[in-house]
Unconditional design. Sequence first.
Lengths: 459, 424
Amino acid sequence: MIRKLFLSLLLLVLFGCSNDSFPSMQDEAEGSVTKFNNDTHGTYGSTYVPLSSENAVIRNATIFDGLGNMYENYDVHFSDGKIQALGMNLQVDAKEIDGTGKYVSPGIIDIHSHMGVYPAPGVRTSSDGNEATSPVTAEVWAEHSVWSQDPQYKLALAGGVTSFHVLPGSANLFGGRGVTLKNVSANTVTAMKFPDAPHTLKMACGENPKRVYSSRGPSTRMGNVAGYREAWIGAEKYKKSLEKDPSSRNLRNETLVGVLDGEILIQNHCYRADEMATMINISKEFDYKITTFHHAVEAYKIADLLADEGVCAAMWADWWGFKHEAYDMTIANVAIVDQARDGTGCAIVHSDSASGIQRLNQEAAKALAAGNKAGFNISEARAMTWITQNPAKAAGILDQTGTLEAGKNADIVIWDGNPFSVYTKAEHVFIDGALAFDKATQFMPHTDFDLGVKEWEGE
Amino acid sequence: MKYFYLILILGFSYLSLADTENSVLVKGGNVFLPDQGFVKKDLLIEEGKIVSIEDQIDDGVTGKTIYADGKYITPGLVVFSSLGLLEIGALSETNDNSSDIYNAGFDPSKAYNPFSQAVRLNRSKGVTSTVHIPGASGYFSGLLSHTKINNGWKQKKQGPLAVLTSYGQSRGDSRAAELQFMSDLMDFVRNRPEDKANYETDNIQFFFGTQNDYQFTNRDLVAIRKLLSNELPLVVRVNKATDILNVIKFADTEGIELILWEANEAHMVADEIAKAGVPVVLDPLNNIPGSFDSLNATYENVARLNAAGVKMAFYYNQGAGSHNAYLATQSAGNAVAMGVPYNEALNAITKNPADIFGLVDVGQVSVGFEGDIAIWDADPLELTSFVEKVLIDGVEQDLSNRYEELTDRYTKEKDLPNSYRSRE
């Protein structure tokens, strides 16, 4: 009964908001015809408020800085939500945390999650990740589907995940906008939104769109490509029309124009190497940039091309075989992409899974081992960039997080051992310098949904 | 004393008469013994069987010796999967693991393809055999059976081992009605004249059944009868704690041997499961409240079951599932991190599957058992370890696979166009 009431209230709130949003959106748009394309400060902007930061120094730990370096017997000092310094024997007046025998890394970031839009429990009534009603739904925003009470967030937090990027599903050529969230407990989506993170747009290649729309089209890969191009042509027209009438609204095209203007980052679901190359060609025809290929099972086949074009590839360590376009798996994929063109490739280990997101460090470990077995000489410190620096770059938040550098957000994980071991667990997780997870005390945010469920606790 | 000499003489003559062509000595490795864990031992395999495990075996006794100093030797992994029955998940034409015709009597093992790329990859990762998990669409999913995944056309098989069904929200009807139906179905089969099975060959519909879920052919009813005669145990995929208790009660009432599968909330009723002597087959990584049947899913499931004394076997059911069945090692490694003793976790992916399903002479490195072993460069449960050799029935296996070839093609000889690079 209470849950029903909550749902109807939620619906009411959503409906209520949608009518009020237009004036302020137009205010935001004043002076720039495209400013509303990436609304980070306006109606839908982040209202995130960090918990109060500790002033603490982690002493004598092994540190992966997320830039590819490892330091032994090092200290990390953080306060006021920011990393203040890394070094040996830091002279600071702060709470002491003994890091002897521990490892420290930046907070883990997942560039591909559906938490919130496909929450647990997985029931029809909250399965909100795919607006599979038209091949082009650039107008929808994943954040408007996110359930802030998804009990999966804290499981990811226990795996060291401090930020994650939520994308719509891959049913459509253009699936809608993605959103970057802080892994914090909040009652509204905006209070989870990562401040100043750019919006993104999900695109999808291959089997999924052509299967979902086989009866009405596209039903082939060439149909897919025509669909992308037609949509971009429409966006160009709309952009021109804005010169005459800057106030004319078109949700779908606003997103697409945001991409053409470089404000919205493309996150492109694409398994096959030849399709990725085609997508790069399309991006050149319409002069936009692809930030990341997701589920790039065949990225290793065009690793040099990806490095040349500056496109990241987000990959699983070893998933394969569930569909034809996921058949040509190699566990060395991540390493080959990473090492392309003298190590200038941008490799990311992603999850696409509420289970996998809990163990991205383990997934990176398998990818690292396979890469070195294939003849590379990749360090653990370098492999750490696959789940910290590089996903931060792909989400457009590298200026704020993703590495342990002075001035950056104090998003920090203390591991009870080497994070590339199966036996290692995250012990402490800090977000903006505030303790978010403590393994020993089981301190973590429980959502409203969790309440009353764990009847076995305390027995 | 008399017997001692007899054993000595028999043992000696066995050794001296052995065909050295068909024997292999594995020397100097850390051998995983089911009750002791890793111990430095030499291992002699003859005619496909482990015949001797000693501190020191002279390498003069055999034609072939594998030197395994510093290596880790385990039983080959026994996985639960659709390996060899499913090539590409989304392509039904490559799926031989499901049936709409049969349910309880459906045995997919005859469709096993030893040259499946998934089989080859998993073999290279230390898997030596699979328990096939059938996926028929009816009330029962089918018969479990066991197949070695060695090279070549011929595989040793054991089975059928058990009948698989599920209980809980996965069924459309009320849980209460499903229990009543199962009970009625058992009565129907129990009271069905034995000889009827001999002439009744038509597809019969049980009671008013019109949906596939409630249709049974003669073959299915014969399989169900084997549950009642305790020739086969019943495996029930069930998660909710109250459902688990109901299933235990049902099996007890009907006199059916029970094995629990998945069992996300088993930890809540661990003592009851232990008391009933029911084993559990599960993935330790299932900790998401993914359905209203699994609201209490937790990483602690395996540690609590272990503490209660429940016998467990592990499989890996994340991500791509069966294609990565070898990642049972990752599931087991995580189980250790959650508090399951190391030896117990390794047994849960080798010996325990064999014990639970009554497999004969597989799943452990012990004298008399079949020579199915994996030789690892380091701790087999660690993410960064690799399999170096695999023996099945004492025969060293070809570990090449398409995925290693793809890796080589794109990391070596890069100056040639792809299609002209080597094909091993």
